[in-house]
Design a protein. Structure first.
Length: 275
């Protein structure tokens, strides 16, 4: 028999749950997986992988040979459980079916995230606006949540496969092994995408650095051109009696010297391919 209840309805199934388990559930002190005599207690924070903005929801599963009870702490988790839990002959089948449904489209979701990052990387090469930096932070935050989510499921299934209470028959154990392998693949995929996001972030930083270097080089060229002209202006701006002041063509001479310096600088920078 199985039931789906909220935590505030726990008293309705008090006769079906061992007192030790009841106390742990009521006080919210259940670890990820506790194998006690005659029953297993599974607790994890469900994360809506398709909507990262939603908060995680605590789910506790009381699992015995004949009974399985799903306990959640809010309406959203209860709605999700009502959709994913279907009645079967044995509690072990209910448990495996629940996790199969829970992880059914998770790999598709990760592939969709990876496609978004591919597209984002293409946009990145054409644009380095500040919004792109926020997008990178958003990807990293979402992947961090997914990593913790699959990490806890991975830990649960590693202990569940030990089957200390013999609640899972050998004939049904293969379903849990398949689920364990699926969670491993999901976890490794998240790690792979995290590495890819880090590479994209480095590419973004490199692109920003290149643009900044181009700007700084332009300023350097402009400064280098006008520095000798500034020297000429400063030299002839001194209040000293200079012989050049008495020249009939002194003004034209200074103009020609300034233009010559300007053209020589331009030619030198062109040769060096600085612009």
């Amino acid at each position: 028999m199985f039931k789906v209840i909220k935590i505030d309805e726990l008293f309705k199934v008090s006769q079906m749950i061992e007192k030790q388990a009841y106390d742990k559930i009521e006080s919210n002190t259940v670890e990820r997986l506790e194998c006690l005599e005659g029953f297993d207690l599974i607790a994890f924070d469900w994360h809506n992988v398709f909507d990262p903005s939603q908060e995680t929801c605590r789910i506790i599963i009381y699992f015995t040979e004949n009974n399985i009870i799903f306990i959640c702490r809010d309406d959203m988790a209860k709605e999700m459980l009502d959709l994913k839990v279907k009645e079967h002959i044995s509690s072990e089948k209910i448990l495996s079916s629940f996790f199969i449904e829970l992880l059914k489209f998770d790999m598709d979701n990760l592939e969709n995230i990876e496609d978004q990052i591919f597209k984002f990387e293409d946009d990145l090469l054409r644009n380095t606006k500040i919004d792109l930096a926020r997008e990178i932070v958003s990807f990293r935050r979402s992947l961090s949540l997914l990593k913790r989510y699959y990490e806890q499921l991975n830990s649960i299934f590693e202990e569940l496969l030990e089957n200390d209470n013999d609640l899972i028959s050998q004939s049904h154990m293969r379903y849990f092994k398949v689920l364990d392998n699926r969670i491993d693949r999901l976890f490794l995929s998240v790690l792979h995408i995290q590495d890819y996001v880090s590479q994209v972030r480095e590419a973004y930083q490199a692109q920003v650095d290149i643009e900044q270097n181009v700007i700084m080089r332009t300023f350097t060229v402009v400064t280098s051109i006008f520095l000798p002209l500034t020297l000429i202006v400063g030299w002839y701006g001194m209040n000293l009696k200079m012989p050049e002041f008495n020249w009939h063509n002194g003004y034209q001479f200074v103009i020609m010297v300034s233009l010559s310096v300007f053209l020589m600088c331009i030619a030198f920078f062109k040769k060096k391919k600085w612009f």
